[in-house]
Design a protein around this ligand. Structure first.
Ligand code: IZC
Ligand code: ZN
Length: 413
């Protein structure tokens, strides 16, 4: 039995509850001064303020002194393209000369360049690379992370990527939630037969993924030149029929109507949403879809920022994630995303905290067990080199996480 007592918490800040928070509630954070947390076997058993239960401490509790600092739940990165071969630094010059993301993709670069590198890599190589990325994420405070496929684009190669996620699930500390994104781009073999590729996804890839239990979610890159709204609908419906819940890259660059589709299908989350329309937001509200915003991608593409305030005003829960990928966001620093969400999406530090904890957990179906500091939930928490929430949204570029506790165990780096 592993028991841990975290004492001398200057400020404990956490959302509460077991479902996504929206509207005014997104900014309601429980703040306890001079607090302590008790954990047992990886779960939080009790939280209190004032003097910690010293008698308990003398009996077999290991203690961690938080040094009067801020403690929050572990961060949840609800949108990453974790497993990939290579990087795409060779595209930087093109970018600087004004080529857009979609132009690079249309010329066979971008995602398709990463597809070539991922296909050329062995499962072991991909695993080692993603494992290193997860170690860096953990150091930056991420304790739960979504991971997409989408750089294989054939049945065999997509399954290879998802097996990497499964291998990593049990062999390193960050918990993973797996998403099938076979509809990330059209592979060269189907360049002139997109319908054939959509059929392959629906009739072969998705059943294969479901049979092996390799993913919980099905996602589609619904964008100009990639997959249309109708193709996205077909693929997401095929996934739903096999028990894979829906996510969708929607209305990032062009307002195609992906957000509206997300609401109609009751998708768990829609991602990006920079170009979302009023109807899209209303549809998401009706469908109970979470808006998963990715401001580090806006930064990296020099694009606009998603209208976070419109979602909050409409009562749509907002989550924030990195979008870690080798093209439009080669960073896995969720703390930077928190800074950008404040400064560019105009979210308050309290709303941001909910977005990267409880709402992130809800976006990956884990709000019942993760994303807040409450008795019965996972003992995933962070001790920050900070005294309050404002500080962690105000400082940027440094890693302000001092100690990561995952499953009640202090991690060492
Ligand atoms: O590799 O470019 N947006 N997919 C959709 C991505 C970014 C990942 C990539
Ligand atoms: Zn993405």
């Amino acid at each position: 039995m592993s028991k841990l007592l975290i004492t001398n918490i200057g400020l404990l800040a956490t959302p509460t509850g077991r479902a996504a928070k929206s509207g005014r509630e997104q900014g309601e954070i429980l703040k306890l001064k001079n607090a302590w947390i008790m954990t047992e076997d990886g779960l939080i058993t009790e939280i209190g303020t004032g003097e910690p239960p010293v008698m308990e401490l003398e009996r077999c509790f290991e203690a961690v002194d938080a040094g009067g600092c801020l403690v929050t739940p572990g961060l949840v990165d609800a949108h990453t393209h974790l497993v990939f071969g290579g990087f795409r630094q060779h595209e930087l010059a093109d970018k600087l000369h004004g080529k857009t993301y979609l132009e690079i993709l249309a010329e066979g670069g971008g995602i398709l360049s990463t597809v070539r590198a991922t296909r050329a890599a062995s499962e072991e190589e991909l695993t080692a690379k993603a494992r290193a990325a997860l170690a860096e994420m953990l150091m930056h405070g991420v304790t739960l992370c979504e991971a997409k496929s989408g750089y294989g684009l054939s049945t065999k190669e997509e399954l290879k990527q998802l097996r990497v996620v499964r291998e990593l699930q049990d062999s390193q500390p960050v918990e993973l939630v797996s998403t099938f994104l076979g509809a990330h781009a059209v592979p060269p073999e189907y360049k002139n037969d997109k319908d054939g590729y959509v059929r392959l996804i629906c009739e072969e890839m998705l059943p294969g993924v479901a049979r092996e239990g390799l993913a919980e979610y099905c996602d589609v890159f619904c964008e100009t030149g990639v997959f249309t709204v109708e193709e996205s609908r077909k693929i997401l419906e095929a996934g739903l029929a096999l028990g894979l819940k829906a996510k969708i890259h929607a209305d990032e660059i062009d307002a195609l109507g992906g957000a509206r589709l997300a609401g109609e299908l009751g998708a768990v989350s829609a991602e990006h949403l920079i170009a979302v329309t009023k109807q899209g937001i209303e549809s998401m509200k009706r469908g109970g879809t979470i808006a998963c915003l990715l401001p580090a991608t806006s930064f990296y593409l020099g694009a606009e920022y998603a209208p976070a305030r419109s979602f909050i005003e409409a009562g749509v829960p907002v989550a924030l994630a990195t979008d870690y990928n080798p093209g439009s966001c080669p960073s896995l620093n969720l703390q930077l995303v928190m800074n950008l969400a404040c400064l560019k999406d105009r979210m308050t530090p309290e709303e941001v905290l909910t977005a990267v904890t409880l709402n992130g957990a809800a976006a990956v179906g884990r709000a019942g067990t993760h994303g807040s500091l409450e008795a019965g939930k996972k003992a995933d928490l962070l001790i920050w080199d900070a005294e309050d929430l404002d500080y962690i949204c105000y400082r940027f570029g440094s890693n302000l996480v001092r100690t990561v506790i995952k499953n009640g165990l202090p991690q060492s780096f």
